[in-house]
Write a protein that binds this ligand. Structure first.
Ligand code: F6R
Length: 352
C-alpha cells in the first residue's frame, strides 16, 4: 500500500494530479459561478419544467440541480441519462444539455429531440459537437474550461445550471452557491495531501477501504445523490466495484439480502453510511434500528456525517469528502485515479 503521507509517492501514482483538481475544487466553484453569471442569455420565460441531459460525470449536474430545487421550487426537474426524452418535455421546458467533452452520443441524441420539441436549450460544455450544434441552432453555450476529466469538473458542470436558472426565474440562486465556499475551503484545507493521515479522516477512511468492496448508503434526496457520487468515484477513480442505496427504500428490499453469502460479505464488503444533520428524523430512527441488524454481515461499518445545513450544503459536503476518499483509495492501491480506459473503449467501439 502506498503511504498517503508521502507526497512524492502520491505524485508518481497520480501523474496528472487528479488530487490537485480535487484540492482546487473550491476555486473551480468560484470560477463556475462567474461563468454562469456572465454568460449571455436571451430573454427566456421562466420554465414550467426543467430537464438536464447528461451522462456520467456530466449527468450528475442534473442530480445536483434536482437536490437544489427540491425544497425551494415548485418547478419539477429531472435528469435524462439516456437517449429518450420523457413525453412532458416541450416548449415550456428549459433543457440544459451538459457534456464535458461535447461529444457524448446519448446527450447529443436527446439534445436533438429537445430541439425538435421546441424547448429552450442551454448547452454546458467545453466544446465538441454539442457546442457546434447549439451555436448553429442559436442556443446559449456556457463554455467551461477544458483539460480536466469530466468527473473532476462537477463545479463547472453543476454550478452554472443553478446560476443560469436563478437568472431566468429572477432568484438569487448564485448566492446559495456562494454560501458553500467557506465550507469547501475548509474541506480543501483539512483533507488535502499535506494533512497527515493522523489528522485527515479522508485518508484514514481510504486506508480502511483497501481490498474491500464499498457499499454506500445515503438518505433520500441529497444523501442518495451523494451515495451515488461516492459509488461512481470508487468505480472511476479507485477502479473497484461499488454499490449504493438509500434509506428509507433499502428497508423494503436490500436489508433482506444479507442472510446468504455472509462469509463473502463479512470478509469483503465495507459499508459506509452517509448521514446528514438535516436527515428526516424517521430516517435517523431507521438507520439506528437497521444497522445493528445487518452490521455483522460487513467487514466493517463506517459512518460519515455532515453537519452542513440545507440540502445543497450537505450534498456538497458529503460529495467533497467522498471525492477525497475515492482519490486516496486509488492512490493507496497504487492506481492512477485519472484514466477510465474502458469508458473510452466503449465510446470508440460505438463510434465505428
Ligand atoms: C469520465 C467520466 C464519465 C463521463 C461520461 C460522459 O471522467 O466522468 O462519466 O462524464 O462518459 O462524457 P461527457 O462528460 O464528456 O459527456
Amino acid at each position: 500500500m502506498i503511504d498517503l503521507d508521502d507526497t512524492s509517492a502520491i505524485a508518481k501514482v497520480d501523474p496528472d494530479d487528479f488530487l490537485g483538481d480535487v484540492e482546487a475544487f473550491p476555486d473551480q466553484v468560484r470560477e463556475a459561478l462567474d461563468i454562469g453569471q456572465g454568460v449571455d442569455l436571451p430573454d427566456l420565460r421562466p420554465p414550467s419544467s426543467v430537464a438536464v441531459l447528461g451522462m456520467g460525470g456530466s449527468g450528475i449536474s442534473g442530480d445536483v440541480l434536482g437536490v437544489f430545487l427540491g425544497p425551494r421550487s415548485p418547478v419539477p426537474s429531472a435528469t435524462v441519462k439516456g437517449y429518450e426524452l420523457p413525453a412532458w418535455v416541450g416548449e415550456d421546458t428549459l433543457v440544459f444539455a451538459t457534456s464535458y467533452s461535447g461529444n457524448t452520443e446519448e446527450t447529443l441524441t436527446s439534445y436533438e429531440q429537445a430541439v425538435e420539441r421546441g424547448a429552450s436549450v442551454v448547452a454546458v460544455t467545453t466544446g465538441g459537437e454539442l457546442a457546434d450544434r447549439a451555436e448553429l441552432d442559436g442556443f446559449p453555450v456556457v463554455r467551461i474550461p477544458p483539460g480536466l476529466v469530466p468527473r473532476a469538473a462537477m463545479g463547472y458542470l453543476a454550478v452554472p445550471l443553478i446560476a443560469v436558472l436563478g437568472r431566468i426565474v429572477g432568484e438569487s440562486y448564485a448566492a446559495k452557491v456562494e454560501e458553500l465556499l467557506p465550507m469547501l475551503d475548509e474541506g480543501s484545507g483539512s483533507l488535502g495531501r499535506k494533512v497527515p493521515a493522523s489528522e485527515n479522516p479522508a485518508k484514514r477512511l481510504a486506508a480502511k477501504l483497501v481490498a474491500r468492496i464499498p457499499f454506500i448508503y445515503g438518505t433520500s434526496g441529497a444523501g442518495e445523490v451523494a451515495a451515488y457520487r461516492w459509488k461512481c468515484q470508487f468505480n472511476e477513480c479507485s477502479k473497484v466495484p461499488a454499490h449504493h442505496h438509500s434509506f428509507p427504500e433499502l428497508n423494503h428490499n436490500e436489508v433482506v439480502g444479507f442472510k446468504e453469502l455472509t462469509e463473502l460479505t463479512s470478509s469483503s464488503v465495507a459499508l459506509v453510511v452517509l448521514r446528514r444533520a438535516g436527515d428526516h428524523p424517521r430516517n435517523d430512527k431507521r438507520i439506528d434500528i437497521t444497522l445493528p441488524l445487518i452490521e455483522d454481515e460487513f467487514a466493517l461499518v463506517e459512518k460519515v456525517r455532515s453537519e452542513a445545513k440545507g440540502e445543497l450544503a450537505s450534498l456538497f459536503d458529503l460529495v467533497y469528502f467522498g471525492d477525497f476518499v475515492a482519490t486516496y483509495l486509488a492512490i493507496a492501491q497504487g492506481v492512477d485515479p485519472s484514466p477510465t480506459e474502458i469508458i473510452s473503449r466503449v465510446k470508440s467501439a460505438l463510434a465505428t
